[in-house]
Design a protein around this ligand. Structure first.
Ligand SMILES: [Zn+2]
Length: 321
C-alpha cells in the first residue's frame, strides 16, 4: 500500500485566532488582512487541498533562542496590563497579543519541523502578527516575535542544519532577521527592499554584509522608488540566484510580503502580480536544486486587500503545484 501519492505535499498554517491580535482602528496590519486571505484561499479551494498545520504556542525555551528573557517578560506584561502598544506606536497590542504571537510563532515552527522531517514538501504560514522587524530585545514595525528567525534556530538546534537561507521579499528591510543572524555564517539572510533613504526602517544598505564570522552572509539589495518587475528579475538573476548557489542551503525560509506591489499603500515600488508569482517559482526551483525541495513561506506584510486576494492564492497554487 502506498499512501504517498494521495498525501498533500503542501501544508498551510491559518488559524482564526490570529485575527484576535487587535491593532485598533485604521491600523494597516489589521485582522482584515487574514480574513481576505482566508476567503480567497477558501474560494480557490486551497484550504481543502493542503494539509492544515495546527497552531500551538511556542515554548518559552524556544522563544529564547531568539528573544531576550527581558523582552519576553516586558511584552507579556504590556499585553496583560492593557497597554495600547509596545516600544513604538506602530507595534499595537491588545491583551491577547502575546498569546496570539506565540501561537503564530509556534505554528510556524510546526510547519518548519514537518517540512524538515519530510512529512510535507513545502508550507505556507498565513500568520499575524508578522515577524521580520522584531529584534532580539524589542518590537518594531508591527512585529512582536521574529517567526522566521525562530524557525531558523529550530532548524539549527533540533535538526542540526548549518546552512539555512532566509530570503525576504517584503518591501521593508528585514532588520530584525538580519541583526539576529549578522554574526552567524550558518544563516544566509538576503533582503530585497525599498531603499532605506526613502522607506522604513531606514536600514538595509548594500554595505551591510554581516559582522565577524557572519561577514558575507548578509545580503541587502535596496531598490529606488518605482522599481519594476524587471529590476527585481535582474537582481535575482545577477545576485540572488548565484549567492544561493554558492551557499547551497539545506532549507529555505521565504519571508513573503506583498507590500512591494505597486498598489500597496505602504510601499513605494511598482511591482505587479507577475513578479510575485515569478519569485515564488524561483524560490521553489532553488529549494528543489539545493534543499531537497524544502521550502517554508512565512507571511510578512502586504496591506492592499485586492493584492492579497489575488497574489496569495497564486502563491499557494505554485507552492502546491
Ligand atoms: Zn513590509
Amino acid at each position: 500500500m502506498c499512501y504517498t501519492s494521495s498525501m498533500p505535499t503542501t501544508g498551510i498554517l491559518l488559524d482564526d485566532r490570529f485575527k484576535r491580535h487587535a491593532t485598533g482602528d485604521g491600523h494597516p496590519e489589521s485582522p482584515r488582512r487574514l480574513e481576505v486571505i482566508q476567503r480567497a484561499l477558501a474560494d480557490a479551494g486551497w484550504l481543502e487541498r493542503c494539509a492544515m498545520i495546527p497552531a500551538r504556542a511556542a515554548e518559552d525555551a524556544v522563544l529564547q533562542y531568539v528573544h531576550t528573557h527581558a523582552y519576553l517578560t516586558r511584552l507579556d506584561a504590556a499585553c496583560r496590563q492593557g497597554y495600547p502598544y509596545i516600544d513604538v506606536p506602530d507595534s499595537a497590542i491588545c491583551p491577547e497579543s502575546f498569546d496570539i504571537a506565540r501561537l503564530a510563532a509556534g505554528g510556524t515552527l510546526e510547519a518548519v519541523r514537518r517540512v524538515a522531517r519530510g512529512e510535507l514538501r513545502r508550507a505556507f504560514c498565513a500568520v499575524r502578527p508578522p515577524g521580520h522587524h522584531a529584534e532580539r530585545d524589542r518590537s518594531m514595525g508591527f512585529c512582536l516575535l521574529n517567526n522566521a528567525a525562530l524557525a531558523a534556530c529550530v532548524l539549527k538546534q533540533e535538526f542540526g542544519l548549518d546552512r539555512i537561507l532566509i530570503l525576504d521579499v517584503d518591501v521593508h528591510h528585514a532588520n530584525g532577521t538580519q541583526h539576529i543572524f549578522e554574526a552567524d555564517p550558518s544563516v544566509l539572510v538576503i533582503s530585497l527592499h525599498g531603499h532605506p533613504h526613502y522607506l522604513y526602517p531606514g536600514s538595509g544598505y548594500e554595505d551591510e554584509t554581516g559582522i565577524g564570522p557572519g561577514r558575507g552572509y548578509t545580503m541587502n539589495i535596496p531598490f529606488l522608488p518605482g522599481a519594476t518587475d524587471d529590476d527585481y528579475r535582474e537582481a535575482f538573476k545577477t545576485r540572488v540566484i548565484p549567492a544561493v548557489g554558492r551557499f547551497a542551503p539545506q532549507m529555505i525560509l521565504l519571508e513573503i510580503g506583498f507590500d512591494a506591489h505597486r498598489d500597496d499603500p505602504l510601499g513605494n515600488l511598482a511591482l505587479t502580480d507577475d513578479v510575485f508569482a515569478w519569485m515564488t517559482e524561483v524560490a521553489i526551483e532553488l529549494a528543489e536544486r539545493h534543499a531537497q525541495g524544502r521550502l517554508v513561506s512565512i507571511l510578512e506584510g502586504g496591506y492592499n486587500a485586492d493584492v492579497l486576494a489575488r497574489c496569495v492564492p497564486e502563491h499557494l497554487r505554485l507552492l502546491a503545484g
